[in-house]
Design a protein. Structure first.
Length: 317
């Protein structure tokens, strides 16, 4: 009986809800009251979905993190290469800026070999007779004089550095024009001035450039800076130490200078030449020694192969 009554009441309520608006406020309140219950009933499904998403997100993050680490490693390797390229570009830019101050024709060369003998300061460059290189040709870097070519092959040449103990070149002090002979000491970081009288005006921080005497190196190229002057009362000459201007041990890109200066023809009169000895007390012997050292090649026509020079030599003979 109770079931019948409850069923009848339910049918009446359904009819009233579908046919009239009397129960709308009640339905609305009941729906709002049942929202927390609906949320609780859906909570297990939501927790399951959140767990699946979190697990998948972690796997994706780990994969993405691994990929980014590998990509970062690749970029770091490329960055190291770019740093080397940037440094090389800087050196080349400095070398290019150095050519703007030169009135002579120049050719860029690259160092390809270094002597393994610690007593022989020489290098090999990638320019030879095919590029116009010749024995006695001056070699520079972006800072100053490096040396001179002493052997020439078709596609490479050997360069004797200014720090070699058999190399010497005439120099002068920018401050007052005093001339001297700068010779190698076998130390990449030091040159020495030969036959400098104690009365000569030379001091630390004086800048030395090539004087152009001797017909080997053009004038005005930086050679070095005086770093020490020692006067011994018991010696006829001072000891003057010079730091080379060029980066002797570090330079890789160099300049070959095609200068207008040429060697003197064979048989030409050189008796009036002064090869930069600062004092007249040194006599003629240092001049002869400097000339012999400055010209390691015994064939001057190889160093200055132009026809006028050969013709003059022939006329002189």
């Amino acid at each position: 009986m109770k079931l019948l009554i409850l069923g009848a009441v339910a049918l009446v309520l359904l009819a009233m809800d579908s046919l009239t608006t009397w129960l709308d406020p009640v339905t609305s309140r009941i729906s709002q009251a049942s929202l927390p219950l609906q949320w609780l009933t859906n909570l297990p499904d939501r927790i399951g979905e959140w767990g699946d998403e979190a697990l998948m997100l972690r796997v994706q993050l780990e994969e993405e993190n691994s990929f980014l680490r590998q990509e970062l490693l690749v970029y770091k390797g490329q960055l190291q290469r770019m740093a080397a390229i940037s440094a090389e570009n800087t050196r080349l830019r400095n070398l290019l800026n150095a050519t703007e101050m030169l009135s002579d024709k120049v050719l860029v060369a690259e160092l390809i070999g270094v002597s393994t003998d610690p007593l022989n300061h020489s290098i090999v460059i990638n320019r030879g007779t095919a590029d116009g290189a010749y024995v006695g040709q001056p070699v520079l870097d972006e800072k100053g004089l490096m040396g001179q070519v002493i052997e020439v092959r078709e596609h490479n040449s050997k360069v004797l550095l200014v720090t070699d103990d058999v190399h010497a070149l005439p120099v002068q002090v920018i401050r007052n024009g005093v001339r001297a002979i700068a010779e190698g000491t076998g130390d990449f970081r030091r040159l020495s001035l030969r036959y400098v009288s104690p009365t000569v005006d030379i001091k630390e921080d004086d800048i030395l450039v090539s004087s152009g005497l001797g017909g080997r190196f053009p004038s005005g190229y930086p050679v070095g800076t005086v770093i020490g002057v020692s006067r011994d009362p018991g010696q006829p000459f001072m000891t003057v130490d010079v730091e080379p201007a060029a980066n002797i041990e570090r330079s890789r890109h160099l300049l070959l200078v095609f200068s207008e200066i040429k060697d003197f023809p064979a048989g030409a009169d050189q008796s009036g030449l002064n090869f930069g000895v600062a004092s007249d007390d040194s006599g003629a012997e240092p001049e002869q020694s400097a000339q012999e050292t400055l010209a390691p090649s015994s064939e001057p026509e190889t160093v200055a192969p132009e026809p006028p020079a050969e013709a003059s030599a022939g006329n002189g003979g």
